[in-house]
Design a protein around this ligand. Structure first.
Ligand SMILES: NC(=O)c1ccc[n+]([C@@H]2O[C@H](COP(=O)([O-])OP(=O)(O)OC[C@H]3O[C@@H](n4cnc5c(N)ncnc54)[C@H](OP(=O)(O)O)[C@@H]3O)[C@@H](O)[C@H]2O)c1
Length: 253
């Protein structure tokens, strides 16, 4: 990757842990100016301090993607801090394990609100800034292989990610005329707070045998694909879903 992301104005949601924190480090390492957003601001402040030696810049921002007013205020504040917006990484997400027969309305709403509705309104607010800036932009939605195939006991999560993939395609269609590209990155299993207990259990030991590469992913496996979608290296890509899963989606039935 060359200098494509140097000085780019980036907002990453769900930046206080796991993949989001990794993306912030990666993008700031490429010289981007990054607003790192989540609810746990103290974590974001630690991340910004950790990134102080990188070529780019990291600015913490409190943002709750379960609240549309918080998203709208947060995206406006990010645009103010950055002087516009070139890239949104829609990464905030939650998941909960529960049998379909027992899922409550609260569990359903929480996952759909954060993983799907929150991503839509963040994309809409970001696109409004990008359109006003007349320089286009790029949006990367962090989906999942569970948006394309299913497993048991994660139904609202899988439905939210399938919706996010369809949303990616619809927004790519509507916003191409504004020079805004919208793509999805669909990771396979990577140990983070969202799933570490499961992946390190017997269930994880069984699961890894079904992945053609016979390993779970690591955050760094996403670096090349994320940079591709965020930068001009992927300038003619929009409406795509890039799976990064060691072949898990093509595992034999
Ligand atoms: N790890 C995997 O195997 C995997 C695979 C496929 C896709 N993904 C996706 O990757 C994304 C990142 O997940 P992760 O694995 O890095 O898990 P994680 O470590 O649990 O991170 C989730 C992030 O989302 C944020 N978040 C949750 N609710 C939020 C809200 N209401 N408002 C704002 N931020 C919120 C959390 O920040 P706060 O709690 O501080 O707000 C946290 O920073 C998710 O979309 C997940 O579905 C992960």
């Amino acid at each position: 990757m060359g200098e494509e992301l140097k000085g780019k104005r980036v907002l990453v949601t769900g930046a206080s842990s796991g993949l989001g924190a990794h993306f912030v480090r990666l993008l700031a390492g490429q010289g981007a100016r990054v607003v790192a957003a989540a609810r746990r601001v103290e974590r974001l402040e630690e991340l910004a301090a950790d990134c102080a030696g990188l070529p780019g810049q990291v600015m913490p921002l409190a943002l709750d993607v379960a609240s549309v007013p918080s998203i709208q205020a947060g995206v406006a504040e990010a645009a103010r801090l950055l002087g516009g917006l070139d890239v949104l990484v829609n990464n905030a997400g939650i998941g909960e394990t529960e049998a379909a027969i027992s899922i409550t309305e609260a569990q359903w709403d929480a996952q759909l609100d954060v993983n799907l509705k929150g991503c839509f309104f963040a994309a809409q607010a970001a696109a409004q800034v990008m359109i006003a800036g007349k320089q286009g932009g790029t949006i990367v939605n962090i989906a999942s292989i569970l948006g394309e195939r299913v497993t048991a006991r994660v139904l609202p999560y899988a439905v939210s990610k399938a919706g996010l993939i369809q949303m990616t395609k619809g927004l790519a269609l509507e916003w191409a005329r504004h020079g805004i590209r919208v793509n999805a990155l669909a990771p396979g299993y990577i140990a983070t707070d969202i799933n570490r207990d499961m992946l390190e259990s017997e269930v994880g030991a069984t699961l890894v045998k079904r992945i053609p590469s016979r390993r779970f992913g690591e955050p760094a496996d996403l670096d090349g694909p994320l940079l591709l979608l965020c930068s001009d290296a992927g300038r003619h890509m929009t409406g795509t879903v890039v799976a990064v899963d060691g072949g898990h989606l093509v595992s034999g039935l």
